[in-house]
Design a protein around this ligand. Structure first.
Ligand code: C5P
Length: 224
């Protein structure tokens, strides 16, 4: 199976010129940790990273320790475009693809193997996710609460997200738009129902500057 890693974002919410996937995390670029987790997943034959055509950072690091790794300079204007461009560039007979954000460096490889086993015979595919724990408020103008949204049945999507290459490329191509913020949303637009697989609160997406410190603590705890 192939893992496709969208890594073409600019990380505007990190307030940093360097895209977040290259920021220092425990002495390595953040994406190094993501790749390090994925190479431990025995079911993955190949890991393909999609970076921006204008990327100036990838070439400044040595990635030779990662075998089965390819990089494609075909990132697009949105995450969905980066994934779709990456899927078009994939060659080979692979049925499934596992899409994982470069910005989730604390992934547990064992969770990925579990997910692959659980979805092997699923007609659609699925995603890692965790049930929403907090009470949810809908905000109206002036940052006042319009109402409390029931959290029953609500899950927070994570990655990896695992789908069939051909079906995902089709769904992204016809569904492309600002509402497609993950792979599952493109499949849902076709009326399909991806499976929710219990993820982990440790599978943090680094989005804001303070997340780097959290990610460092999670990685340190996992190494113990
Ligand atoms: O910005 P966000 O945190 O949602 O990005 C999730 C992942 O998608 C990151 O790994 C980021 O590099 C990637 N991305 C991309 N192409 C874009 C925007 C984001 O590959 N145009």
């Amino acid at each position: 199976m192939i893992a496709l890693i969208p890594a073409a974002g600019s990380g505007s919410r990190m307030v940093s010129v360097t895209p977040k996937q290259y920021l220092d995390l425990a002495g390595k670029p953040l994406i190094w940790h993501t790749l390090s987790a994925l190479v431990k997943v025995a079911e993955l034959d190949r890991i393909v990273v999609v970076i921006s055509p204008e990327d100036e950072w990838w070439g400044s690091f040595d990635w030779s320790e990662f075998k089965r790794l390819d990089v494609l300079r075909c990132g697009g204007a949105s995450r969905a475009e980066s994934v779709l461009n990456g899927l078009h560039a994939l060659q080979g007979p692979d049925d499934w693809v596992l899409v994982h954000d470069a910005a989730r460096p604390c992934l547990d490889p064992a969770l990925v193997s579990q997910m692959i086993a659980e979805l092997a015979n699923h007609p659609v595919g699925g995603i890692l996710a965790v049930p929403v724990a907090d009470t949810l408020k809908l905000a109206q103008a002036g940052q006042h609460i319009a109402h409390t949204h029931p959290r029953d049945g609500l899950w927070q999507a994570q990655t990896p997200q695992m789908f069939r290459v051909v079906q995902l490329a089709h769904a992204l191509a016809i569904g492309m738009g600002p509402d497609i913020t993950d792979e599952a949303s493109a499949l849902e637009k076709l009326g399909l129902q991806p499976k929710l697989i219990m993820g982990s609160p440790w599978n943090l997406k680094v989005t804001y500057p303070q997340d780097l410190r959290l990610a460092e603590l999670i990685l340190a705890a996992a190494a113990r």
